[in-house]
Design a binder for this molecule. Structure first.
Ligand code: 9MR
Length: 722
């Protein structure tokens, strides 16, 4: 969006053909005003004349010296970017006590060995797509040259919410160093460094998907790919605490350039000076010839998981480890897990919960990886079923990462007896890693909550909601009212519409109120009513709820239920959920119902397209059907959630039906990703290991993961267009 706007602004300027000009839009209020400059003086003037923000300065090719701004705080991002296809060189960049500035595409080549980019104080600064380095290459450099000529690429000092994104940072001492809170260092390529790749020292920071390669050893300092150091009040190393660091999906390779001089052991991820609280080091690939691969010394809840640590030189004795150890002062690690890593050595601190790790010998490399000598760490089929290894097929993380890029939440369903706050089994781990939302498939239904009249049994529901809470997930509450899966005693109310109305109101108030109070902010949405329509689009007359005495018309109980849920939790997002509603008479009927409810002021916020598909059906929705129905809902301000996605294929599975099954996943994902009002894709069962489809005869279930929890093609289709 932002990008498009700027391009549009740039196009307007180009057509105006001026060196300095201002363009504003009359037909699009969001379009920023833009200024184009082609000299250091014009740039200085343009920066001096900026208003309160939301402006773009486009820099033409040329040499601009230092970019220095002090105390410039904007309310919306000011964007300083280079015109397409040209090079604008800067000597240094200094942003001091500034906020909401985005610097893009610049070419930074300092002439002296001081940090190339320094951000001090202030907040919300972004540096992206820049080329930052002290030289283009270092051919012929001596160690003394290295020591004299380079400094830090990007240094962040006491500035919060900094983003360092997609830069090429090279020929530096350290690539990025920050002590700011919430620094996000992601997708940078850090190449040729004489100290460390990235040094994150500030709380709540993320180091994600960076590529860190080719260290040079030119002095006494030890080279580490990513190193974090806590400091105490007096500045003592290891005397403090750093919380909430996420080190995710980085690739650290000691040497990719065989001609590189000054080669020496590179330690991968060295967190040697804790305490580190709530630390996640996951899905990183480290290929080094050092004793240290990934090591954490001093932790208070650390998860080091799904990493691959490869011994890049099987002939040398050094075997890189993955480990969580005592703090250097002797304090043992607390609440920490070391799991599902694949490494040349695995630590064994007795205080650490270690499981699922695989130790590789150097000689395994050709067996485990497609072509490790050429840095292709695609696992072969010989890799044991360790999730750390298959994840490296795709370094971009999980389903939730992929969905989030489209503004969509990825959800997973929990079967009746799956997962609670203490679960450590692989399936629950997978659900917590891959999805940011869970839906208890059965635990919140009437027969689970109220098997006996007069009492509520929240034990199963609470266990699953506690699971989600522990993992920072949200919950889709399913379901307050349904015609099926009700306890037998409820039937006794049929015929007494008034008593039934009271029972319904009380149920909604009690259940929604319970989760509102006991797990604040976790159950953020509810299927208030499930499956109210028949396949022809009529109201189900067999549903006990149709007997509620609540005014005129068969839909009256539905509106009453939504009002009750809204009263119980005004913040909850309320959903009407049904299957087969993407098209046809049932689809039209649901839309008409929701439209009418909206018109009457009923608090209905979303509809659920359940999306259980069967490849033997003769009529199935196409991607266009799904998209068109989503658009209709968008027009009346209603969100769409894919609430129960799965596919079943009659056994034995034919190639044609498998293809059809794939096409369902593809249609749903692509339709949802482009629809601004499609907010969720939930896989009802996440794997064939926990499939409700097994309760149907003659079908093979098809879910994102197979029975061994390996990703199916459906998994990759759900990541479409990431
Ligand atoms: O997957 C659920 C299965 O385990 C239960 O036995 C069944 C009855 O409660 O419900 C299944 O889930 C259904 C969901 O609640 C509503 N849409 C259809 C789902 C699949 O039948």
């Amino acid at each position: 969006m932002e990008h498009t706007r700027a391009l549009l602004a740039a196009a307007l300027l180009t057509s105006a053909g001026c060196e300095t000009d201002a363009a504003t839009s009359t037909d699009n209020q969001e379009l920023r005003s833009a200024v184009q400059v082609s000299s250091a003086t014009a740039l200085g003037d343009a920066l001096a004349n900026l208003g309160s923000g939301d402006e773009v300065v486009i820099v033409a090719d040329g040499d601009y010296g230092d970019l220095e701004l002090v105390g410039r705080n904007f309310t919306a991002d000011v964007r300083i970017r280079v015109a397409s296809g040209v090079r604008a060189r800067f000597d240094k960049i200094r942003l001091t006590n500034c906020s909401h500035i985005l610097v893009e595409d610049v070419w930074v080549r300092p002439t002296t060995a001081q940090p190339a980019v320094r951000i001090e104080g202030g907040s919300d600064i972004t540096i992206r797509d820049a080329d930052i380095g002290f030289a283009d290459h270092a051919v012929g450099w001596s160690a003394a040259d290295w020591n004299a000529r380079v400094s830090v690429g990007v240094e962040v000092v006491d500035s919060n919410d900094t983003t360092i994104h997609r830069n090429y940072i090279h020929h530096v001492t350290t690539g990025v160093e920050s002590n700011g809170v919430a620094t996000d260092v992601n997708r940078n390529d850090i190449n040729y460094f004489s100290d460390d790749g990235v040094r994150p020292h500030g709380d709540a920071s993320m180091i994600r998907s960076n590529r860190i390669t080719n260290n040079v050893k030119v002095n006494g300092s030890t080279n580490v790919g990513i190193q974090s150091v806590s400091r105490g009040p007096t500045g003592a190393v290891g005397g403090g605490r750093i919380d909430d660091l996420l080190v995710w999906g980085n690739t650290i390779i000691e040497t990719t350039d065989p001609a590189k001089p000054f080669g020496a052991p590179l330690q991968g991820i060295g967190f040697y000076d804790g305490v580190y609280g709530d630390l996640f080091i996951a899905q990183n690939l480290v290929s080094v010839d050092a004793w240290r691969g990934i090591a954490v010394l001093g932790s208070d809840v650390a998860n080091v998981q799904y990493n691959t640590v490869i011994d890049s030189d099987p002939l040398s004795p050094r075997r890189p480890d993955v480990s969580i150890e005592d703090h250097k002062d002797g304090r043992p690690p607390l609440g920490s897990r070391l799991r599902y890593n694949l490494a040349a050595r695995v630590g064994s601190n007795p205080a650490v919960n270690a499981y699922g790790n695989i130790v590789t010998a150097g000689s395994d490399l050709p067996v485990f990886f497609e072509d490790h000598e050429n840095y292709d760490f695609m696992p072969t089929s010989s890799v044991p079923n360790n999730r750390g290894s298959w994840r490296h097929r795709n370094m971009d993380g999980t389903l939730q990462d992929a969905a989030r890029r489209h503004g969509v939440v990825a959800g997973g369903g929990l079967g009746s007896f799956m997962c609670d706050a203490t679960s450590t089994d692989a399936l629950c781990d997978l659900v917590s890693d891959e999805f940011e939302l869970v839906t208890p498939n059965n635990a919140l239904k009437w027969s689970a909550l109220r098997p006996v009249e007069g009492t509520f049994n929240f034990s199963r529901g609470d266990a699953q909601v506690a699971f989600a809470q522990r993992n920072g997930q949200i919950v889709h509450g399913h379901t307050l009212l349904w015609s099926a899966f009700n306890p037998a005693w409820l039937e006794a109310y049929r015929g007494d519409g008034v008593a039934l109305a009271g029972l319904m109101d009380d149920h909604i108030q009690t259940v929604v109120g319970h989760y509102r109070d006991e797990f604040p902010g976790v159950v953020t949405r509810w299927d208030v009513v499930n499956e109210p329509l028949t396949s022809s689009g009529a109201f189900r007359s067999d549903s006990i709820w149709s007997a509620v005495d609540s005014g005129v018309g068969p839909a009256a109980y539905i509106s009453r239920a939504f009002h009750a849920a809204h009263t119980a939790d005004p913040d909850a997002h309320l959903v009407l959920n049904d299957f087969g509603v993407e098209f046809g008479p049932k689809g039209d009927a649901l839309f008409a119902l929701v439209q009418e409810m909206k018109a009457e002021g009923v608090p209905v916020h979303g509809v659920g397209f359940q999306s259980h598909y069967d490849t033997s059906w003769t009529t199935v929705p196409t991607r266009d059907d799904i998209s068109e129905m989503m658009e209709q809902y968008a027009a009346i301000g209603v969100d769409v959630h894919i609430t129960e996605l799965d596919v079943r294929i009659p056994s034995p599975v034919s190639a044609a039906e498998q293809e059809l099954a794939d096409s369902f996943y593809e249609s749903v994902a692509t339709a949802c990703f482009v629809a601004p009002n499609c907010k969720t894709i939930t896989s009802w069962s996440v794997s064939a290991a926990n499939s409700w489809i097994d309760t149907l005869t003659g079908y093979t279930p098809y879910h994102p993961f197979d029975a061994e929890l390996r990703p199916e093609r459906a998994y990759w289709l759900l990541r479409a267009g990431q």
